[in-house]
Design a protein around this ligand. Sequence first.
Ligand SMILES: NC(=O)c1ccc[n+]([C@@H]2O[C@H](COP(=O)([O-])OP(=O)(O)OC[C@H]3O[C@@H](n4cnc5c(N)ncnc54)[C@H](OP(=O)(O)O)[C@@H]3O)[C@@H](O)[C@H]2O)c1
Length: 209
Amino acid sequence: MGTGGMAAALGGAWARAGHEVFVGGRDTAAAAALAGRIGAAGHGTPAGAAAYGEVALLAVPAGAAPELAREHAAALAGRTVVDCTNALAPGPGGVMLTTGAGESVAGLIAAAAPGAHVVKAFNLAHVSMWDRLPVTQDGAAPAVPFCADDPVAAGRVEELITGMGWSPMPAGGLDRAGYVEATAAFVIGVWWAGGSPRLAFPEPPAAAA
Ligand SMILES: NC(=O)c1ccc[n+]([C@@H]2O[C@H](COP(=O)([O-])OP(=O)(O)OC[C@H]3O[C@@H](n4cnc5c(N)ncnc54)[C@H](OP(=O)(O)O)[C@@H]3O)[C@@H](O)[C@H]2O)c1
């Protein structure tokens, strides 16, 4: 659901991995154009995408995602819904979470579409990173942290991640999605300030054990 950068990058990567992708946009001409570009199996409206396949991706602004989920709650019930959004805005001291200390966007989506199995994922790496071969870190595939309550939904998202050549990083249940969202605010804030956030996480040799 969406025809912007993240829909193109993730939808394209999933199409290349052999998944059948449907592009749903409120601008159906943009959906058709994107579907052609990434080799999607179909295109149409957000309602069409909400009802299609096993997984729905909400690739829209964070402020629009809960309302979109509410609008399509019936179609999304029982299905895996991936929330890749970041609720960020510039603040006086740097990048801020528009959700503040309140509910995560993933939690708001889950409340708006109570039958859906929401998974928070794909919100940490920049859009430009998804449509290329993943850059390995010290010989290991880069990771996609994800938060999920439903094991079937978690398994589907793990399959999407590994199919792209990335590595799934289970990060707890949906009640921990706020941590991944706050991490995006930290990481993007450091990028915008010209820093390199990955340098802040050197790992002691024993950590992996
Ligand atoms: N860009 C990144 O590097 C990055 C990385 C990780 C996560 N994210 C997150 O991923 C999400 C999508 O980002 P993006 O870069 O793909 O943004 P984008 O290029 O601006 O695309 C946003 C898409 O959402 C659609 N949209 C907006 N409001 C809508 C509504 N009410 N109903 C239906 N569709 C709506 C837009 O449609 P129209 O074209 O018709 O306006 C557009 O297709 C955001 O939440 C962002 O924070 C982005």
